[in-house]
Design a protein. Sequence first.
Length: 408
Amino acid sequence: MRSRSTCGAVAAAVVGLVGLLAAGCGESAPTGPRPIKIGALVPVSALALDYYVAGFEAAARDINGRGGVRGRPVEVEICDDRNDPNEAQACARQLVSDGVIATAASISVFSMVEGPILDEAGIPQVGNEAINPEDSNLPTAFPLDGGIVTQMAGGIVGIKRRGLHTMFVVTLDTPPGRTIVQLAGQLVRPAEIGMAGAAYVPAAASDLTSYVQAAMQSRADVVFPALPPYLTLPFLMASRHAGARYLIMVPYGEFTPRDIAMMGGRDAITENDIEFTALPPLSATDRFPAVAEFASDMDAELAAGDAGAAAELRTGGTLQAWLTVQIIAREASELTTIDAPSLLRALRTRPTVDTMGLTPPWAPSRTGPPGFPRATNLFGYLVSQWSGVEVLTDPTPFSPFQVLRLSG
């Protein structure tokens, strides 16, 4: 990861003088092929996402260990927007200025600020997490999944397959939270699942007992905590403490193995839960060689001293960070000129893009459903926690929209 700092004028002058003296003594500037820069917008410090950073770095280490891209090293420039809109804007502009050929697996609540800046500069946003409308609407956005709507739809298919009948939603007391409840109500109908109700949690809530009680009193078979991470874990732990018996539905990748252990491991309320994911779980190394390759690269990153690469911290997000860098590097290797315009043109015109066998053939050039037209991979896998480990329950990927016969 490339780091940046701001220096004062005096320091800059000193550095410049040292450079002149070095030149006078016959020192030469560093030589070698120019690096290929890939950017990422990740609130590392605000959300403790060091395991995302490790995924980026593990991919770059692997690619560069094999000679880079046509002899040029790959450099991942991660800008930490600190969950701050001003920092987010500055980060996006910095990546444009630094000449990144794409961004990889960005995850930011301020993508509505960052995305348009990158879009205006013609920089592809590959594998970005679909949090805001811009993530699946902008012409330069290429998410690997359909975001929260697809995750909900996939989970509802999982509820149907289990023979369960009712769902309760716990979400933030915000306009987006209420939209999630409305969408959930639309998605359960074709599955013939009953909506048992919803609870709205203030963003600053510290005691979640009353919301757990509301979920228990609904007698729902399944509860979907559509909450940010800082509230999801407390809600689940409070549910276990209260003796709740409902099953949990969450998108895969919400928890690290350390989180699951903290919640009780095989005794956690997430045991036998319902999860939907665009990429296979990390335990599926026997079925997916690329997952095994990811694990090997992460082990190498850990051995190199990156504590964020530890096995107990890895999630589906780490895999997506690693995979997206690999995708960009593979696409770049086939370009005559390796730059953002050429990569964008390739993503818009190639019939399919190589995802190393982790998804069905991905065609980012086509148009997705109304409402999120850049979401072109709507397929995914059902996953569940068994004995405290997230495992694949069905190796066949499916589109929940096709199963539910939804077209828009």
